[in-house]
Write a protein that binds this ligand. Structure first.
Ligand code: PBG
Length: 327
């Protein structure tokens, strides 16, 4: 006990702090989300997410080189199609923005890890993450089982275009199994599945909905995304997706759910990601723009906290800035 024991001895100099540091963040832990818009010829800034732009597919090769040179762990692609319909069928159009961007990125830098988000909300005119059905009593809901085929077709198209990993974010029951069967049936046995296994119905997706043009036109996503109050349910979701064949799991959002990251980490041996989502990003950017916070220190601290909670990798819009700051 004090005065014999003095924890401050190990905090005296930068060298000793570095020696005893428990958690590290490297550029290779970071995955950058990208938005490819089929109707653009120039990047279009996303007003809710300073520093983020929707990109034309023609920018894919150059973006791949930049991410590779920055040492990032990879990228994850979202698409904004020219046309939307009730079932989100443009999600599996082989000439849509995501398959074309994947192919261009893999042609430019074959070594770059390219993931694709798999969901239909950017492709449906109503903005929900699935096909709709109306009950006899007139209640409209997302039809879980009818959505699985659309998701599986999209995953196959992205894998055929060259995606290394497909990442379903829709929260339909049974979609990991449906996607695994479809990939294997198409001979795509080497394509990995990163499941957004634990995805909460969160206010922190707000800014993304401009970036991906996917705000639901009516209602909300509480009938398929998880209740923010639930922790045990996260373990149930993670276990189901693992049993269905997920290769990696993810918790989303990250910062308000670090306890969930830690619990899933303890309950599963699969690699675990966390998504530092658009609202978490926008808050830091707004505070920094108002001179209320030191952006660089804040970003490196929050990325460290996500790793400390147990995430192996982090999806974050700060990826390129953080990679530069990490050197
Ligand atoms: C749905 C999807 C969303 C995000 C990623 N995939 C939006 C939602 O579920 O409403 C949010 C990502 C972010 O906020 O950064 N396809």
């Amino acid at each position: 006990m004090f005065p014999t024991v003095r924890p401050r001895r190990l905090r005296r100099t930068a060298a000793i702090r570095a020696l005893v540091r428990e958690t590290s963040v490297a550029p290779s832990d970071l995955i950058l989300p990208l938005f490819f818009h089929d109707a653009l010829t120039e990047p279009r800034p996303v007003s809710t997410m300073p520093g983020v732009s929707q990109l034309p597919v023609s920018a894919a090769a150059e973006t791949a080189r930049r991410c590779w040179e920055s040492g990032l762990g990879g990228v994850i692609l979202f698409g904004l199609p020219k046309t939307k319909d009730a079932s989100g069928s443009s999600a599996y159009d082989p000439s849509g923005p995501v398959p074309r961007a994947v192919a261009a990125m893999k042609d430019a830098v074959p070594e770059l890890l390219v993931m694709t988000d798999v969901c239909v909300d950017e492709y449906t005119e109503h903005g929900h993450c699935g096909v709709l059905k109306t009950s006899a009593r007139g209640v409209v809901d997302v039809d879980n089982d009818a959505t699985l085929g659309v998701l599986a077709r999209a995953a196959v198209v992205y894998a055929e275009a060259g995606a290394d990993v497909v990442a379903p974010s829709d929260m339909m029951d049974g979609r990991v199994g449906a996607i695994r069967r479809a990939l294997d049936g198409a001979g795509l046995t080497d394509t990995a599945i990163l499941s957004y296994a634990v995805k909460y119905a969160s206010a922190f997706y707000g800014p993304f909905r401009e970036a991906a043009d996917c705000a639901p036109k009516f209602g909300d996503r509480a009938g398929y995304q998880m209740d923010p109050a639930n922790g045990r349910e996260a373990l149930r979701e993670a276990k189901l997706d693992e049993d269905e064949g997920a290769d990696m799991l993810m918790v989303k959002p990250a910062l308000p759910y670090l306890d969930v990251v830690a619990r899933v980490r303890a309950a599963s041996t699969l690699p675990l990601g966390a998504y530092n989502v658009s609202g978490e990003y926008a808050m830091v950017k707004a505070a920094a723009a108002a001179d209320m916070i030191d952006e660089r220190r804040a970003v490196l601290e929050l990325l460290t906290s996500i790793r400390r909670a147990g995430a192996d990798f982090i999806l974050t819009y700060h990826a390129l800035d953080a990679a530069r700051w990490l050197g």
